[in-house]
Design a binder for this molecule. Structure first.
Ligand code: ZN
Length: 137
């Protein structure tokens, strides 16, 4: 397993981590298999969605804000229940197929860390399972 760290810059934001994941896969000589991307946090998430138009992630974050307002009469004493709820909605992991050394993402797809209670330093666990270049030699 590999771990990368991301410093988020806002209370709620989306950080494109595709290139960081790709760098790990290249370092590991990942050839064919599956990559699990896992966020070990309760107020952040990971998702795969459009990266070509920045407005898409802005729309997603704004809609989540309207669906789950920060003040909502929640019981959790820490005061960040909205962040926990958004993390549940968005999900804590994603998987990508690795084919011939490349992530099999769609044309517009990118991998995003979603921050719901930042700014913070977040960790992302990356586990590749499958065939590595040179492993059949
Ligand atoms: Zn909390």
């Amino acid at each position: 397993m590999e771990t990368i760290q991301i410093k988020t810059a806002a209370h709620c934001c989306a950080v494109d981590i595709t290139d960081r994941i790709d760098a790990v896969l290249k370092e590991k000589s990942a050839r064919n298999g599956v990559c699990l991307i896992y966020v070990p946090h309760t107020t952040a998430a990971v998702t795969i969605n459009e990266g070509a138009d920045k407005n898409v992630m802005d729309d997603i974050l704004e809609k989540l804000d309207s669906l789950v307002p920060w003040q909502g009469g929640y019981k959790h004493a820490e005061g960040n229940s909205a962040a926990h709820i958004k993390a549940v909605l968005a999900g804590g992991s994603a998987q990508v197929i690795i084919d011939s050394g490349k992530m099999a993402l769609g044309t517009w797809q990118r991998i995003f860390l979603l921050e719901f209670d930042g700014p913070r330093t977040r960790r992302i666990f990356i586990q590749f399972t499958g065939e590595r270049a040179g492993s059949d030699l």
